[in-house]
Unconditional design. Structure first.
Length: 175
């Protein structure tokens, strides 16, 4: 990397970065971002205090030695309870409910990330739980008006304590 030598070089490079054309997100990623924004607003209305969003960190290596990253969509406090929240967004629930995709592998990754988060911030003694927010965002037939009718309104559902960490703890053999 070449370090800029003057302030004018720094400003020139910053302006060049800001003027880059924005890349359009893939439709499934845009749907996920909309779902996470709706879920955050829903949780705040429900009395949660949001602490972090899209908290991502390395949690270990897989069997082939590749680095595995885990992401917790939302971290919030519900009273004194620290909640690690996974948001699943779908356009419909025709095939399966969105929360069906929070499988064992995803639960394990979020649990590992939550354990590291609690250690980093020194909140290991605090009560915590794992929640899921299920979001269904059906496409509106009239996108020009910008209004959504009741049948095309987003449907959000909060599933408290969706799983516990107990199933991932190592079992000790009785002697």
């Amino acid at each position: 990397m070449i370090w800029p030598h003057t302030i004018s070089d720094i400003w020139r490079r910053a302006r060049a970065r800001l003027n880059r054309p924005r890349v359009e997100l893939a439709p499934h990623l845009a749907l996920g971002q909309r779902g996470e924004a709706l879920a955050a607003a829903y949780l705040e209305r429900a009395g949660y205090r949001l602490v972090a969003a899209n908290f991502k960190l390395p949690v270990g290596r897989n069997s082939r030695g590749a680095l595995v990253h885990a992401e917790v969509d939302l971290i919030a406090y519900d009273g004194d309870t620290l909640c690690f929240i996974e948001v699943k967004t779908r356009a419909s629930d025709w095939f399966a409910a969105p929360e069906a995709n929070v499988d064992l592998r995803k639960q394990r990754q979020i649990t590992r990330a939550a354990r590291i988060y609690r250690r980093l911030l020194g909140v290991t003694a605090a009560a915590y739980r794992f929640d899921v927010v299920s979001v269904i965002l059906p496409p509106s037939p009239d996108t020009r008006a910008g209004e959504q009718t009741n049948e095309h309104a987003p449907h959000l559902r909060l599933l408290r304590a969706f799983w516990t960490e107990e199933k991932f703890r190592k079992r000790r053999w009785a002697e």
